[in-house]
Write a protein that binds this ligand. Sequence first.
Ligand code: ZN
Length: 393
Amino acid sequence: MGSSSGTAPRHVSTKWRFQYRPHALSTLIRPAEARSRQTQMWRMRSTPRSRTHRYAARPGATSSTEPTATMKSGTRFSQRGTGSRLAKALFAQTCKIAATLLASGFISQTSDDQNTRSMSLELCILASGSAGNAAILRSPSGVLLIDAGIGPRTLSQRLDGTGVNLADISALCLTHLDSDHFSPGWTNTLCRLEIPVYCHADKVASLALRCPDLLPLIRPFQDERFSPIEGLKCEPIHFAHDRLGSHGFVLDGFSYRIGYATDLGRVPSYFFDRFRDLDCIALESNYDPQMQADSGRPWFLKRRITGGHGHLSNAQAFAAIRKLLDRSRRLPDHIVLLHRSLECNCPDLVQTLFSSDTRIAPRLTLAQQHERSDWLRRTQRPPLVGEQLSLAL
Ligand SMILES: [Zn+2]
C-alpha cells in the first residue's frame, strides 16, 4: 500500500471519544441517569454493513459516572439486565447527550480505525497503467468493480487488507475493452459468481464474441444514466479513444460524487460540465511529452498516444483539473491521477507539476501500477486559507 503521494488520504473514523470534564457532564446529565449508567451497556443491532459508533471513556479518566456505550445505527436494540422501556429511554437520552457533546465539540473524532466502513462511497485504485487497470467502489449497498484489466488472482491479492473480497463484488463496469481494462481470464470467475457486466452497447458484440459465456451476464448501457448497484447512479461519458472510444463515469450516490475518467484521448468541452462539483476526481495523466518523444517507441505508437485519440499528457490533465476546479463550487476531497506510463512518465515530474496548484497539492494521490491505493473516502479537513481565497476569487 502507501501509493498515495503528497498527503495520504485520511481515513475517516467513526470512533468518538469523550474528553472527560465532570463539571460539563453534570450540567448535561441528570443524577438518576448518571447512576443507572454505572451498570449499563447498550448495543444497537442492525445489518452487517451498518456503521458502528463507539462512545468510550477516555483512558485515564475512568470515573464510575462516565458513560460507556456501543451503538450501531439500526432499528433494534437490546439491553443487558433491565427492561426494554428503560433501555429505550436511556438510549434516547444517551443519543441526545452524544449529539449535544458532538455539537459543542466535547467529543473529538479519532482516525485510528481503518477497518470502519463509511456510509458513503469509497474508492480504491487496485491497479492503474498500461499493464492493467482496476478499481473498486464500495457503497453501503454493494461493491462495484471498475475495469478488470488484471486477472482475478492478482486482483484478489490486491484486495488483501481492504475488507473486500471477490465474492463481495456486485457488478463490473467496463470503460472499454482494451486488454489493459478487461482480461478475458475473468470469464469463469464472473460466471461462477454471477456478476453482471455493464458494457456500452457499442461494444457488446465484441465482448460477446471474445467471451460467449458472458452473454447472459452482459448489461448494455447507452449514454443515459444507469444503476449498477442499488442507490448508485452511474452517468457514462464518451471519450475519443482509438476507434470505438472509451467511457468515463460520474458515480453518484450516498451523498458522494466520484468522477472516473481514463483513456480520454483529449478533453471534450462537455467534460467540464459533467465533472463539476465532485467529491473525488480520478483522471488519467499518462505521459510527459518530452519523455514520449525521447522514448524508443515506434512513431505510429507515439502518434496514436499523443494524437488526440490516445491518452492525456501531464500538462493536459493538469490544465483540465485546474479548469474543473475553477468552475466548481467546492473543492474535492481527493484528486487521483490514473494510468501513468511507466516508460514515458515520472512520478516526481507529476508530483511537482500538480503540486504547483495549492488547491490540488493537499488532495493529490498518484495511482500505481503494482500497488493499490488507500481507501479514498470523505475527509473532514477544513479548507486552508489559500484554498478559501481560491474559491472566493
Ligand atoms: Zn488503458
